[in-house]
Design a protein around this ligand. Structure first.
Ligand SMILES: NC(=O)c1ccc[n+]([C@@H]2O[C@H](COP(=O)([O-])OP(=O)(O)OC[C@H]3O[C@@H](n4cnc5c(N)ncnc54)[C@H](OP(=O)(O)O)[C@@H]3O)[C@@H](O)[C@H]2O)c1
Length: 360
């Protein structure tokens, strides 16, 4: 492992890109060398390119204000030669994103992706570091396919599943058969604020394009196993979801119902959540929460405003575990969608891959 890695942010002017800028400003392992976005922003200083669309509640990092934004598509080779790897969060068509990420990987520049374009590809790991760190092993197969020595793509999962998949993962040993999850998703998940999306004030929109499909499919990839160097999706549990956009700035909530083959007791479940610790905690990764899953006993907890920033927005908050009349149990959970669910999750994934030697 290197002492310090030079990194680029592709899509640096966007909602997730700005989060990356904040998270990486004083990162102990990663140093931002390149900021890149579309040709509209290229050539401008970061400060001018972002101008009146700085969405964060802390100021733009001083060290990045005067960096000149590069053209993410036109400057692939130059950028790849200047950094050890890139974080990528862009708003483009799926096939364009897939092509762009492969270009970076083929230029021997690993890509830590927030985009969905490469999710579900059998040799691209979709990593929630506390849940399936072992999936990194398929990178070797991917490198053979791409014909690269160190270039590869690693993706993080959709933000909607990052509250309930962590809570359910340690319970899989009881044979989960069915999951019903309704998600209540913040507007920052669409790259928006109340200023840029005033229609969301005092409103709920019962549709988020593609979200229910992702929420039902992606857990099976994360819970999949490796066979012949590729990921084979889990064939159960059966998952059904409804995803709603709610008037919240940050923080995705989920109401979850679950059925087991061998039903554990409520005490057993709470003990498992309290004791859940995985490779990121053992490796003491800089962005990993000390306690990944926090259970709240109070009936009115967790709450979005009070708990979305728990452990730097990287912890998952759970509450209201109780028996259900149709399923075995129901509970609620919450995670910060642009921290754990997006930029923070990708930074922790990069830390994990750095610690495992994939970024050298
Ligand atoms: N927001 C979330 O909570 C969240 C969570 C998980 C995943 N994601 C995913 O992350 C990605 C970005 O989301 P976002 O919310 O940050 O979007 P956003 O705020 O709309 O930002 C989009 C970024 O993409 C850049 N871009 C657009 N067209 C480009 C092109 N042709 N070449 C290079 N860069 C281009 C934009 O640059 P310009 O400013 O120059 O146009 C901007 O930097 C999406 O794939 C989204 O699904 C978002």
């Amino acid at each position: 492992m290197k002492e310090k890695y030079n990194v680029g942010i592709i899509g640096a002017t966007g909602m997730v890109g700005q989060r990356f800028a904040i998270l990486l400003e004083n990162h102990p392992w990663f140093k931002v060398k390149v900021l890149a976005a579309s040709s509209h922003s290229a050539g401008k200083t970061y400060k001018d390119a972002v101008a009146d669309r700085w969405y964060m509640d802390v100021p733009m990092p001083e060290s990045m204000k005067n960096m000149v934004v590069r053209d993410a598509e036109a400057d692939v080779d130059a950028i790849a030669s200047e950094v050890d790897f890139v974080f990528c969060a862009v708003n483009m068509k799926k096939d364009e994103i897939k092509a762009l990420e492969e270009k970076y990987a083929k230029a021997e520049c690993p890509v830590m992706s927030n985009n969905s374009a490469n999710r579900g590809v059998e040799d691209v790991p979709m990593i929630i570091p506390e849940v399936n760190a072992d999936h990194a092993a398929v990178i070797e197969t991917q490198k053979k396919r791409l014909g690269t020595k160190r270039g590869f793509i690693s993706v993080k999962s959709n933000c909607s599943i990052q509250s309930y998949v962590p809570a359910l993962s340690p319970l899989r040993k009881f044979g989960i058969t069915d999951i019903l999850a309704c998600t209540y998703q913040a507007i920052s998940g669409a790259g928006k604020t109340f200023k840029t999306w005033p229609e969301m004030i005092d409103n709920i929109i019962p549709f988020i394009g593609g979200e229910e499909e992702k929420s039902e499919k992606e857990p099976l990839n994360v819970w999949g196993h490796i066979e012949n160097g590729v990921i084979v999706n889990a064939d159960k549990p059966s998952i059904t979801t409804q995803c709603l956009r709610v008037p919240v700035s940050n923080g995705h909530f989920a109401a979850v119902f679950v059925r087991f083959e061998n039903k554990p007791s409520i005490e057993e479940i709470k003990k498992i959540w309290a004791e859940y610790s995985a490779e990121p905690q053992a490796l003491n990764l800089p962005s990993a929460p000390k306690q990944f899953l926090h259970y709240f006993e109070e009936d009115n907890m967790p709450q979005t405003v009070l708990h979305r920033n728990l452990e730097g927005g990287m912890a998952v908050s759970i509450g209201r575990l109780r028996p259900d009349t149709q399923y075995d149990y129901k509970f609620v959970c919450l995670s910060h969608n642009t921290l754990r669910g997006a930029a923070g999750g990708a930074v922790e994934m990069a830390e994990l891959l750095a610690a495992k030697g994939y970024l050298d």
